[in-house]
Design a binder for this molecule. Sequence first.
Ligand code: ASP
Length: 335
Amino acid sequence: MTNQRPTVRVIGTGGSIAGVGPNRLDFILYPEIGDHITIQQSLDRVPEIRDIAEVRSEDLVSVGSTAIGAAEWLGLTRRINEIFREEADVAGVVVTHGTATLEETSYFLHLTVKSSKPVVITGAMRPPTALSTDADLNLLDAVRTAACPDAAGLGVLTVLNNEIQSGRDVIKASTFRVETFRPNELGFLGYSDSDGKVVFYRAPIRRHTVDTPFLVDDVTSLPRVDIVYAYAGADGLLVDAVRNNGSDGLVLAGFGGGTFPPTVIDAAVKLVDDGVPVVLSTRSTAGRVVMTPKKEQQGFLVSDNLPPQKARILLMLGLTVTKDRQELQQLFYDY
Ligand code: ASP
């Protein structure tokens, strides 16, 4: 019986799922205190996980996810690819992560992990020290999903609040609710449910993991891409700052279908004329930004339905393989 349990690797990075608050009613102070339990301590809280999988764990970093960026993304991809390359018995990998930037790390890994085996990211909205914490069940659900053969080939998944979502589509939609992770208009993929079953109803169509050209195992830094947010009455100040900084790319978060104050566009056109790719996305929480003859003529790219923070990741990775405008645009239609 014991030998038949699948092996799951669990990588800890910190976040609320490992947070330590001063008392059971603390839901907000613990990130500022900054203490974290280890991933082994998180696993020890849930002995039932041992019935589901043989788990090997490690802490990669131990930080709030506000401190996670390109260096940690590259470290995670490298480590996950190494595990799948060197440990043939591993059925899947779980990453525990803060919820603040979980949607960004999950999309980065979705585009860069080179295996079809399940990679599942989880976190918690309430630390393990708080009443009604979701840390323990989310961790168990994530291990259960990573151990499930049906989860293979779907790209990187997130599992919180019993809901399995695509790392491409998921966003954090609410500040404190346990049901904060939502896939915009697209629907989530399945459940790690109350009867102990992992069930799927849909699969992502956009290409991911083994079907992307992004090989970052030997990459030590990524191109710098900034985001500028549009608001009524905005001028070109922030876009000019990006231009003066010599950044490698810019994502603009516009109104609705991808429109901007005229002075913002004038400043952005100068950036494009310098040869810097500028992607138009939207501050609206759902829907596509589509190409128009004028945007094409001005040399802009459009984000399709990626929100600004995910469009930024695709542009950062895209710039590692091409500088060609049409090829960069095609990435936004393919991934
Ligand atoms: N501060 C936390 C973080 O690491 C928030 C969380 O995990 O919910 O992102």
